[in-house]
Design a protein around this ligand. Structure first.
Ligand code: BGC
Length: 761
């Protein structure tokens, strides 16, 4: 139950949204949910196929340029389009279209358990022929280069002929929207067609990114369930395959397409694609579906979240987790883009979104995948070191605010490069991963270096004043306030970063002195540095306003006038599309959770009362114009004991894409919010925390639900958590023994043991 999302809409605006919602991906390849048969003139579409990290370069044009501004942008490319399949009945000149003739029935479904999408159609052609059509498609989780479509056409009131025309088109462009800074505007980044040809019945198209020179190839073939003779025609930039078959009963066509790129497959992309395609010759679509299911069974076993009492939210959360799986890069050159592989918004860039909003889900349910994502960041250290030098730091590494390969791609530094907190965010997620897994090898070989290099940058960004360590001239998560001193979030996270860098140095030195010496020699780390980190962490200034009893967002935030919310027309949200940044910077108005986020991530820094008062204060001035916000307010509301409010925020977060509440789901799904909804259940309602002293839980149940359940992977053990009515059931389903805290009391479970506790209200 509740394993599918469906939609019947043919409304043009909803179709754009659905293209994102019904997108398919496997971390490498992503295909938007476009119609195979295409759309008539005037029906908007963003037809898209992407390979994670496959990008071109474009110069950034500034009116006025200053030292250190990034000069080159990376941009995820829309790739060779292999989605198109047109169907012609008998002698009709117009192919099947949902915008002509008579649509008797249309429904599309995304199946989250079996890993495919489907369109079921009953259609009368303009000439009165009736057919049933079923399109099924998948992007394989086990054969990363494969995108396959199966089409079955069945005549209802006639028998005759069916002509199938399938294309692979290399002449494609990216979508652009000059009115929205979150979508790239037109520029020189584009693909050139290198070759379009056929080898027998196989279509082969190779494109090259104009400036980055990365190559991508697509090889495609068709299989028919009835005798068919195919004809291939090479057109400018594309290859077209057509066949006419008898249509007396159901006819099934399978289109298999393989994508390869020069980053993963070397220069021989075309040969590799063709060879991989040949290997699939005798693999039926049913086998591909079976493979999907086996893969997903394993995924859901650990990652599913069950909600009893709300079918809509149950589907919503499963949809979200499925999308995270589809988006997550599984190799050393890719991570999770802000929109995953579902659209072109934010140009396929990786932000702090990955570490703070998405990684927790992987860390606690699929730790191997989380490790890979952290290793990707580790691989960016050299570019981060270069960036730190440009930014005037003598030592250390500064991760870029947005990037694909590691160089800073943010052209607006007040809300980009100035967000130094990304360094601490990455450090934080390394520590969380380490605390959740006990993966010493990771910490010694990769994590420590990330911690040391990021800590070094804090030492140079901050300074001592009257004995306390302060960080000046940064931007916190709230992008409606920029370039401030002592942003509470940044300082608190930098403190954690510095503390853990010093601690990791001490631990490594004790556990593996040889390894520590090699690392410190390579980094030219002096003995004094870890001491300085520890000292700065201890002395870190965390702003507190005694009058209000809250943590000010930064040194000047509370001195500003409060934004005039009463007179802001509803149509003026998100404010960023209606006000100059400077106008926003002058007021107390937050785009998203900032101090409230710090309170969630580092709750031991403040008393519950300070966090409560701060929550109440910031709630009034936060617009949630960023989708990275309501999930955090949900978590903190739960922590502060207001389960009802937590639930309201959760509901908003859970439906951001399904209801298009941010208005831009057409540009891709909001992956950070998607990860945030899992966090709202696990860290929010279930009160899970991972700290130096271990795992703890504090579950509550929103009154709208009968229960919920999920699993956590912690130090190789699997803990199953199930809340039902008044009761909490915990079971150690894998692993020998697990100690943790429940409502602050110690609990220990032995292998297989189930324990039942009364649920706290
Ligand atoms: C948010 C950032 C976020 C970015 C990408 C912006 O609107 O303010 O926090 O990293 O979107 O999702």
């Amino acid at each position: 139950m509740n394993w599918t999302i469906s939609n019947q809409s043919l409304d043009p605006q909803q179709l754009l949204v659905n293209e994102s919602l019904f997108s398919l991906g496997n971390g490498y390849l992503g295909v938007r949910g476009n119609f195979e048969e295409g759309y008539p003139e005037g029906v908007p579409t963003i037809r898209g196929t992407y390979i994670n990290a496959f990008h071109d370069l474009a110069a950034i044009h500034y009116g006025e340029k200053a030292f250190g501004y990034p000069e080159v942008r990376q941009k995820l490319m829309n790739l060779i389009d292999a989605q198109t399949i047109r169907l012609y009945l008998d002698d009709e000149t117009q192919p099947f279209s949902l915008f002509s003739g008579d649509v008797v029935h249309f429904e599309r479904t995304l199946d989250l358990q079996y890993g495919f999408s489907e369109r079921l159609i009953q259609w009368h052609s303009p000439a009165g022929r009736e057919i049933m059509i079923r399109f099924r498609r998948l992007v394989s989780f086990v054969r990363r280069e494969l995108f396959a479509i199966e089409v079955t056409v069945e005549p209802v009131n006639f028998s005759g002929r069916l002509k199938i025309v399938s294309t692979v088109n290399g002449d494609v462009e990216n979508f652009s929207d000059a009115s929205d800074s979150r979508v790239a505007s037109e520029d020189e980044a584009h693909l050139d067609v290198l070759s379009a040809r056929n080898d027998g019945a196989v279509s082969l198209v190779t494109d090259q990114a104009h400036t980055s020179k990365r190559k991508v190839s697509c090889a495609a073939s068709l299989n028919f369930s009835v005798p068919a003779e195919t004809q291939l025609a090479v057109l400018p930039g594309s290859v077209e395959t057509s066949a006419t078959v008898a249509l007396n009963g159901p006819v099934t066509v399978i289109k298999k397409t393989i994508y390869t790129d020069s980053l993963r497959h070397g220069q021989q992309t075309e040969q590799t694609a063709a060879a991989l395609l040949r290997g699939l010759d005798h693999v039926p679509f049913s086998k591909l579906l079976e493979e999907q299911q086996t893969y997903l069974d394993r995924f859901w076993r650990l990652s599913d979240v069950r909600i009893t009492g709300s079918p809509a939210l149950q589907t919503g959360i499963r949809f979200n987790l499925y999308q995270l799986l589809q988006a997550a890069g599984r190799d050393s050159v890719s991570s999770i883009a802000a929109k995953g592989l579902s659209g072109e918004g934010y140009e396929g860039h990786y932000f702090w979104d990955t570490e703070i909003f998405m990684l927790p889900f992987f860390t606690l349910t699929q730790p191997e995948l989380a490790r890979g994502l952290l290793l990707f960041r580790y691989g960016l250290l050299d570019s981060a070191r270069r960036r730190a030098r440009v930014m005037g730091h003598r030592k250390g590494a500064l991760f870029p605010w947005r990037t694909i390969t590691g160089s800073e791609c943010s052209a607006f530094f007040p809300a980009g490069t100035a967000q130094y907190h990304i360094n601490a965010d990455i450090a934080y997620s390394c520590v969380q991963y380490y605390l959740a897994t006990g993966d010493d090898d990771f910490l010694a070989r990769f994590g420590a270096e990330i911690l040391f290099e990021t800590a070094r940058v804090w030492m140079e960004t901050g300074h001592y004043l009257n004995g306390s360590f302060r960080v000046d001239g940064v931007t916190g998560p709230d992008e409606y306030t920029a370039i401030v001193d002592n942003n509470y979030y940044t300082n608190a996270m930098a403190k954690y970063n510095l503390y853990w860098a010093a601690k990791a140095a001490g631990n490594l030195k004790a556990a593996d002195p040889g390894c520590y010496t090699r690392l410190s020699e390579r980094l030219q780390l002096t003995d004094r540095e870890p001491e300085e980190w520890a000292h700065a962490a201890k002395a870190m200034y965390l702003p507190y306003d005694p009058e209000r009893g809250i943590n000010p967002q930064d040194d000047t935030f509370l001195q500003k006038a409060v934004w005039n919310f009463a007179e802001t027309p509803p149509g003026n949200y998100p404010l960023l599309l209606h006000y100059h940044p400077l106008t926003l910077y002058r007021y107390q108005v937050c785009k998203q959770a900032d101090t409230v986020l710090a309170h969630f991530l580092l709750e031991d820094e403040q008393t519950l009362e300070t966090m409560r008062r701060s929550f109440d204060y910031y709630e009034k001035v936060t617009t949630h114009d960023s989708s990275l916000s309501t999930c955090i307010f949900s978590i903190m509301a739960a922590r502060l004991g207001d389960t009802g409010k937590a639930y309201d925020y959760f509901k908003t977060a859970a439906r951001i894409d399904l209801d298009n509440t941010q208005g831009n789901t057409r540009d891709g799904l909001h992956l950070a919010n998607i990860g945030g909804t899992w966090m709202a259940i696990v860290f929010g309602f279930a009160g899970v925390r991972i700290k130096e002293n271990g795992l703890s839980l504090r579950p509550v149940l929103p009154s709208a639900w009968k229960g919920y359940a999920f699993r956590l992977v912690y130090h190789g053990r699997v803990l199953s958590v199930s809340v039902a009515g008044e009761q909490l059931e915990l079971q150690l389903t894998e692993g020998s023994r697990l100690s943790f805290k429940l409502y602050d009391q110690p609990v220990e479970l032995k292998s297989g043991q189930t324990a039942v506790f009364p649920l706290h209200r």
